[in-house]
Design a protein around this ligand. Structure first.
Ligand code: 2AM
Length: 175
C-alpha cells in the first residue's frame, strides 16, 4: 500500500484554505485539490507491504505520545517545480517550531522502525493546486486564519482513479 502520514487541520484552517482555493479559481489554471483532501504531509513512506501497515501505525502512535496539540496560522503561497506546471501551496506563518517537532518525531519513529521515508527536508505546506500555470497574471492574497492541529492520520493513497483517493487507516489524537 502507498502510505503517508499527515496532520489533520482544524475547520478554521480548512475553511480559509477553501476560500483561498476559490480565489485561485479565477486567477490560475491547473488542477485543484478538493478541500476534503487538504492536509499537511509529515512523512511520505511510499509502498509498504500490507502486512506491515499495523507496525507503521504503532510507530506513528508512539511518536504522537510525545507531542501536544498546537496552534498555527496560515501564511503565504509557495510553489515547487516549473513555473508553467507548478505545485502551488499555502504555508504557515506561525507554529513552525511545533510543526518541525511533530514531523521530526514521526520521521524519527519510522526510521527507528526500519521504514524508509522520503528524506526531502520538511516544509509544512498544504498543496492547493497541481500543474498550476503561474506564467501569467498575479496571485490573489491568500486567506489566512489561525487554527489548531489536534490529530495525525496514517493514510493510504490510491492513485488508480481519476483523482487521488486517500483512505484514513488510523487517526491518532494529540493529547
Ligand atoms: P504534498 O505534501 O506536497 O501535497 C500523497 O502523495 C501526499 O504525500 C501528497 O500530499 C504529497 O505531496 C506528499 N508527498 C511527499 N513526498 C512525496 C513523494 N516523494 N512522492 C509523492 N508524494 C509525496
Amino acid at each position: 500500500m502507498r502510505l503517508f502520514v499527515a496532520a489533520e487541520l482544524s475547520d478554521e484552517l480548512i475553511d480559509a484554505l477553501a476560500d483561498t482555493s476559490a480565489l485561485l479559481r479565477d486567477a490560475v489554471r491547473g488542477r485543484f485539490v478538493a478541500p476534503d483532501l487538504f492536509h499537511v504531509t509529515l512523512a511520505f513512506l511510499g509502498e509498504v507491504p500490507a502486512a506491515q501497515v499495523d507496525e507503521v501505525g504503532m510507530y506513528v502512535r508512539s511518536a504522537c505520545e510525545e507531542v501536544e496539540p498546537f496552534a498555527t496560522s496560515l501564511g503565504p503561497f509557495g510553489s515547487f517545480g516549473r513555473v508553467s506546471s507548478a505545485i502551488l501551496w499555502q504555508g504557515f506563518s506561525s507554529g513552525r517550531d511545533h510543526w518541525d517537532f511533530l514531523a521530526e518525531r514521526v520521521r524519527a519513529a519510522l526510521r527507528d522502525g526500519g521504514f524508509s521515508i522520503d528524506e526531502k527536508g520538511f516544509l509544512p505546506h498544504v498543496t492547493l493546486m497541481r500543474r498550476a500555470d503561474l506564467t501569467h497574471g498575479t496571485l490573489p492574497m491568500p486567506c489566512v486564519a489561525r487554527g489548531s492541529v489536534d490529530a495525525v492520520i496514517l493514510f493510504a493513497s490510491d492513485l488508480s482513479g481519476e483523482r487521488p483517493r486517500y483512505e484514513a487507516l488510523e487517526r491518532i489524537d494529540l493529547l
